[in-house]
Design a binder for this molecule. Structure first.
Ligand SMILES: [Zn+2]
Ligand SMILES: [Zn+2]
Length: 337
């Protein structure tokens, strides 16, 4: 077993079955850091603001703030429904477009992929194809000009700013060169992409609003602003914290040479995605963490799906490989270390 797991190029599926999990040694997709890429010298290209996104994001966040003021008027059923919508849209990002489609860290049956695609539309963070492409580029060129949310450009840029300006030309160029054939071959991914706008209108806005209105007589305003806009905005910000806070604050027990960090608060908000030093070191691990279901509702969900027979072949990093990596490149903060 080599210790060059995040240094090697993606190879075929070298996983071998062990304890019901596929023990993985390397990635099967292009999410491995590329040391050969060098940023261009000279001045950076000018930032071009995308006013449409600036206005829409401002309106959304104002709507979410208004939603906050409506919470005292919401029935307990509406609050519970908001939490359910938060979890479903969260899973559409974490178990769906992140761990399944971006990293291929486990396999999902057709019905599960349909559920995750619907949940992903409820989260409205760009369609699965585009999100996965941007995310693979993020891993392959982390914290360089070719990283869509390059954290070297500061908290604001890596959190939301990257969505408010035109992409750096290297992000586009490198994204176009990625192998995305697995996504193109997935009918669920391409169907969601073709019908993305309609699916977002229905799942992110209409369903969260209409359910409390029809089933327990919630006022339309509360139903729209709390489980609708406020829930959507909270899921967005929890996801963005993985790109901003988890690239800035926390320990680096697995690889101190990279910026992504272990951040428990982010793990809590993003239902398991805050173990970010681990995740960038071993991007093919379905749990994105060494610690199973701890602060990791997404792993619990995938485990449940495996139990029900709807998911399989969860890729795990072996304990020995983790320990070897901690010894070799960790910052000494690991409790074993
Ligand atoms: Zn990251
Ligand atoms: Zn990732």
């Amino acid at each position: 077993m080599t210790e060059t797991e995040t240094r090697s190029h993606p190879a075929g599926d070298t996983g071998k079955q062990q304890n019901g999990h596929v023990m993985a040694e390397t990635s099967t997709v292009e999410d491995v850091f590329d040391h050969t890429y060098k940023e261009k010298d000279g001045p950076k290209p000018p930032m071009i603001l995308v006013w449409r996104n600036i206005i829409l994001m401002s309106l959304l966040h104002m709507g979410a703030l208004y939603g906050l003021t409506l919470i005292p008027y919401a029935s307990s059923l509406t609050l519970a429904w908001s939490a359910v919508c938060y979890l479903i849209s969260g899973l559409g990002v974490t178990a769906g477009v992140h761990r399944l489609w971006s990293h291929r860290s486990y396999k999902a049956s057709f019905p599960l992929r349909v559920f995750l695609a619907l949940a992903n539309s409820m989260a409205f963070q760009n369609d699965i194809y585009e999100w996965s492409r941007d995310h693979r580029v993020h891993h392959k060129y982390t914290e360089t000009d070719a990283d869509p949310h390059n954290a070297m450009r500061g908290f604001f840029f890596s959190h939301i700013g990257w969505l408010l300006v035109r992409k750096h030309p290297d992000v586009i160029a490198k994204g176009q060169k990625l192998d995305l054939s697995d996504l193109k071959a997935d009918k669920v991914v391409m169907f969601q992409r073709r019908h993305y706008k309609l699916s977002v209108v229905l799942l992110c806005f209409v369903v969260p609003t209409v359910v409390p209105f029809f089933f327990w007589g919630e006022s339309l305003a509360v139903a729209y602003f709390v489980p609708g806009l406020l829930r959507y905005t909270l899921v967005l910000n929890a996801s963005w914290l993985v790109n901003s806070a988890a690239h800035m604050w926390g320990n680096r027990p697995y690889d101190k040479s990279i910026n992504p960090r272990e951040n428990s608060l982010v793990a809590f908000g993003a239902i398991g995605e805050g173990f970010h030093n681990y995740h960038h070191t071993f991007p093919f691990d379905y749990s994105t963490s060494e610690f199973g279901c701890k602060l990791n509702l997404t792993t619990a969900f995938i485990n449940l799906m495996c139990f029900l027979g709807w998911a399989k072949d969860c890729r795990r990093v072996s304990k020995e490989m983790i320990m070897a990596r901690i010894q070799r490149t960790g910052d000494g903060s690991h409790k074993s270390g």
